[in-house]
Design a protein around this ligand. Sequence first.
Ligand code: SF4
Length: 601
Amino acid sequence: MKKSSAGSNAVNTSERVGCTVADARSPHLLHVLHALQQQCLHISPDAVHAVAGQLDLPVSQVQSVVEFYSFFHQTPRGRYHLLFSNCTSCGDLSLMHLLGKHLGVAAGTTRADGLVSLDQTSCTGMCDFGASLLINGMPITRLDATVIAQIAGLISAETPLTDWPDAWFRVEDNIRSAGLLLNEDVAPGDALRAALARGEEGTLAEIKQSGLRGRGGAGFGTGLKWQFCREARGTAHYVVCNADEGEPGTFKDRILLHSYADTLFEGMTLCASVIGAKLGFLYLRGEYRYLLPQLQAVLSRRREQKLLGADILGKPGFAFDIEIVVGAGAYICGEESALIESLEGRRGIPRNRPPFPVTSGYLGLPTVVNNVETFVAAAGIALHGSDWLRTVGTAKSAGSKLLSVSGDCLRPGIYEYPFGVSVQQVLDDCGACEVQAVQIGGPSGSLIDPTEFNRKLCFEDLPTGGSFMVFNTGRDLLNIIVNFAHFFAHESCGFCTPCRVGTTLLKNGLDKIAAGHGTQYDLDEMQRMGALVKRRSHCGLGQTAANPILDGLQHFPQIFEQRLVNSMFEPDFNLDAALEEARRISHRDDAAAHLKSESQI
Ligand code: SF4
């Protein structure tokens, strides 16, 4: 996980605002650090020591967390801190540079007066609205040059965000087609009452009978997972909702969290009743932090309605509550064991498995981790019974799937389909034409060409966590694959060598090819390295990081081959450039201090 740099000329904001850790009262390390950074605009070494003392943690643990997560900074950021998405669907970095020109600040730096800082981030989950950014954690969508000029004016005038145009911050659900899940209007408590009437075993049987499989993409049986956790021994059991969807091109959780939060919390609560949990966590991705106040309000109301807390719905002894923990810009925390590490206040490094979270999860105790869509579906099953889910879908993929459709189409947004829908059907519905390729399931999924558009989206054929990115013939597909390679190299947590080194070598190799310096040797090397990273990496990130490259080489070899203008081998490593520092130190920059190029020999 790499950190972006801030300008060396940044002012010491910490001293200027006199920041302390006294305002950060949450017991969760991530929350303390979020609060601190909001106040101080960075987390200084003194603050790290203070937090460690306050939470009784080793200084090294707090320091390593600050270094690991992209949203924490060790040098001061601007009072207006802007993060531009670099996603192929919701990113346009030319707008970041344009704003930098307006404001006199370079990307990746903080202006000398501490007013503003600019940087880039991975997908913000706003792919259906075009170019987007986060300003002090708040999303602004539909960016163009006009909006950028206006933003520059407002920042220069130091206008508070509360006085900026409301419309800029509006994030609609953008539901294009609703089905089983999105048409369901579960009144608070209804699914839970049905579950309690059925009893824990009856509810578990119903979930198993429905054939519900985890909607994150892997598709493990939800009922089976709950059963394993229920049967696991431990002093406590936990429910965790993985709302850390960070796969570029995915934004379905945004809609579910915004408009179906009650149903989600209902699903988590009935899971708690089945496995015997008293506490649950919603791990919210940092980019959706703006949803936090609303989610907290729903939880408060549910406590008042006796749908959380002690003796839920009047059932003696049925106690459960939910805490929300906000992530800090680490894609790897979408991996369930990395997420649990993060919940425990550590870097999001995936654990060895087995043991699996169902027996050894949060604090080493039995834990169910499901994603948002899975819990929402579980609430529907509890309310209507297992047949409800089976009314649509295929033999091995019961129910429906939410797709986040983005890219080159007329109608991007959220589409709900029965499992088994064809890729072509989705393309027709979203108004895509002259389609060159579709990325199914985000960069870690499958890149398919038009000969495969008759394939079905379901666990039997093309499984997907929900991202559906359309690329038409006008797009430079190699640039898309380069973008994905950079994403994985940036998001690799660095724990295991095949992924840490392999993703960087793949990125460098692709950059070389894209720049017109590649040869057939580089393509062969890419195949070999891609297979190695896939086979030898510790977790799903590394195991899927080479997918776009390998799929690209298989289905679209011409996009690589047409860049091979040079048949001579060129090394990846530029020795002459690497000697620049030596030349600087020795004050030599004459011709003899440079290596001769090929043509000069
Ligand atoms: Fe980290 Fe290894 Fe997983 Fe890559 S594959 S994210 S380095 S644990």
